[in-house]
Design a protein around this ligand. Structure first.
Ligand SMILES: Cc1cc2nc3c(=O)[nH]c(=O)nc-3n(C[C@H](O)[C@H](O)[C@H](O)COP(=O)(O)O)c2cc1C
Length: 174
């Protein structure tokens, strides 16, 4: 196992304080490529990504979303969206899982590239989904799952939470 790879997973944490510096476009593309590398049920890939870098739009999202105030200093935001009608069976059932896997890949690669990021909820909060939809002109049949602010962390060395708990593991049987 590549130690750097494990280190990225173990040290990822939600970052909510950014310096205000921009995020390079090539780095955003790397995050999106990682997102789209995620598995999805029957490989339907029921996702789309809205990438926001304009300060004015980041501010509008910041004003509208009560739990995403870190957008005020984020360099960018990636909005992961689900497309439940991408096919007739699997996307409807599995879009949340598929898009969540894409989101985790984005969070991990943001961290691996030296940025900070945090999942902020849109789905399943009706008012937040409406705000995100209105601000970003997202069509009714597309569901914004989250808004992921990305930026340069103020504190690069902040420790991750240790969440390994033996009691969560049931070897063999419950
Ligand atoms: C479905 C989901 C919704 C979340 N919503 C928010 C949110 O709206 N605002 C926020 O600051 N963090 C949000 N988080 C981040 C969690 O608070 C965070 O992942 C958790 O506290 C564990 O901390 P860690 O990511 O640093 O390990 C959300 C995470 C998930 C998975």
């Amino acid at each position: 196992m590549d130690k750097d790879f494990l280190n990225v997973i173990y040290t990822r944490r939600s970052v909510r304080q950014f310096t205000g510096e921009k995020v390079k476009k090539e780095d955003l593309v790397t995050m999106l490529r990682a997102g789209m590398s995620a598995p999805s049920a029957v490989n339907v890939q029921p996702w789309a990504f809205v990438v926001v870098t304009e300060r004015d739009t980041l501010d509008k999202l910041c004003d509208a979303l009560p739990h995403a105030k870190m957008l005020d200093k984020a360099g960018a935001a990636i909005v992961v969206c689900g497309i439940p009608d991408k096919d007739d069976i699997y996307a409807k059932k599995y879009w949340v899982m598929d898009c969540s896997l894409a989101s985790e890949n984005i969070l991990l690669v943001a961290h691996g590239l030296g940025y900070g990021a945090v999942w902020t909820a849109a789905y399943a909060e009706k008012d937040r989904m409406k705000s995100v939809r209105d601000i970003l002109s997202i069509p009714e049949n597309i569901i914004p799952l989250n808004v992921i602010p990305v930026g340069v962390p103020v504190n690069k060395d902040e420790a991750p939470k240790d969440k390994f708990k033996e009691e969560n593991i049931h070897w063999g049987k419950w």
